[in-house]
Design a protein around this ligand. Structure first.
Ligand SMILES: *[C@@H]1O[C@H](CO)[C@@H](O)[C@H](O)[C@H]1NC(C)=O
Ligand SMILES: *[C@@H]1O[C@H](CO)[C@@H](O)[C@H](O)[C@H]1NC(C)=O
Ligand SMILES: *[C@@H]1O[C@H](CO)[C@@H](O)[C@H](O)[C@H]1NC(C)=O
Length: 188
């Protein structure tokens, strides 16, 4: 009986060592096809971004500000959280292709320059469930602003590229805006 137990414990001991050493391997080299990566491609996406800050159903709202934000000519220090619809056309009721989710805020005390940290979460066709991560500077009064795409998920794994934003419509009074986006990304 005691012998059986000893054998059992010995097996358990070695099994544990083997499994732990496997699960403790920190890194390894592999070839791209081992994780299904074939050929890198370049994709162009075109859509409209709706940033609605006024009315009964805002899609972006201020969540924090500094004590100088209200007196700063650039609104320095405010931070907003957005869940902004992305549509095929400029009409808010045109086909929804995704949402821009994340934060933006005023990061410049001299000119209007926003820090944008947004995930573009797509729902359209083969892009449904895939995301692109955008992280950049947005001087909203420039005709065209360029922001880096720093990564992605799903069909956009290993993504890198840039987004160009161009204001299509802006209501100074309410702050609501519709922005045309052209996004160029390399991915697999
Ligand atoms: C803002 O807050 C800081 C730190 O509490 C304080 O020193 C400063 O005087 C405040 N500024 C204004 C404009 O209220
Ligand atoms: C979108 O459709 C809703 C409901 O049909 C309507 O109330 C709204 O005015 C439309 N919006 C635009 C921008 O056309
Ligand atoms: C996207 O995927 C979700 C969950 O997989 C599904 O419920 C939804 O209907 C899909 N949307 C479109 C537009 O295909």
């Amino acid at each position: 009986m005691a012998k059986t137990l000893t054998i059992f414990l010995t097996i358990l001991f070695f099994t544990t060592i083997v499994t732990t050493s496997n699960s403790q391997r920190f890194s390894r080299n592999l070839s791209p096809d081992e994780i299904g990566l074939k050929r890198e491609k370049l994709t162009h996406l075109h859509f409209y971004f709706h940033d609605i800050v006024s009315g009964k159903n805002p899609t972006a709202m201020r969540v924090a500000q500094s004590n100088i934000t209200d007196t700063s000519p650039t609104g320095f220090g405010f931070i907003a959280m957005a869940d902004d619809p992305l549509t095929l056309g400029p009409d808010a009721n045109s086909t929804l292709v995704g949402k821009a989710q994340g934060i933006y805020g005023s990061a410049d005390q001299k000119e209007v320059g926003l820090l944008m940290v947004l995930n573009l979460a797509f729902v359209e066709g083969k892009y449904n469930g895939s995301t692109l991560s955008m992280f950049g500077r947005n001087r909203i009064f420039d005709k065209i602003r360029e922001m880096p795409i720093v990564g992605g998920s799903g069909v956009f794994r290993f993504a890198r590229g840039y987004a160009q934003a161009k204001t299509y419509w802006f209501d100074v009074k309410s702050g609501d805006a519709i922005v045309e986006y052209n996004v160029y990304v390399f991915h697999y």
